[in-house]
Design a protein around this ligand. Structure first.
Ligand SMILES: [Zn+2]
Length: 103
């Protein structure tokens, strides 16, 4: 892990300017949050940069693929599909946090 972080720093990318940026727990087959997935779609880009720790086999990898929703990557080791769930409640919370900052 760290490749996306390096990219953000090197290119001076501001989180707000990104098409999409998230970092959250990835769930295994038993719905336990044993993995991680980070997704960054840089400004004006339609390619998603993805870093993940597979919740099933703990394999860590970096990959790039076309950005689309719903978004998911297949673990290159075990084939488990690591998905980014679309959560309405979370989107609302993020919007609130943004508003609070600009006040
Ligand atoms: Zn795996």
């Amino acid at each position: 892990m760290g490749k996306i972080q390096d990219f953000v720093i090197e290119n001076k990318i501001k989180p707000k300017e990104c098409v999409y940026h998230t970092w959250r727990d990835a769930k295994n087959k038993k719905l336990e949050p044993t993995g991680k997935i980070r997704v960054l779609v840089p400004p004006q880009s339609d390619t998603a940069m993805v870093e993940y720790t597979c919740p099933e086999c703990k394999h860590e990898a970096y990959t790039e693929q076309p950005w689309k929703r719903p978004f998911g990557v297949k673990c290159e080791k075990c084939g488990f599909k690591v998905t980014v769930p679309k959560m309405k409640a979370e989107a609302k919370r993020e919007a609130k946090a943004d508003n609070a900052k600009s006040d």
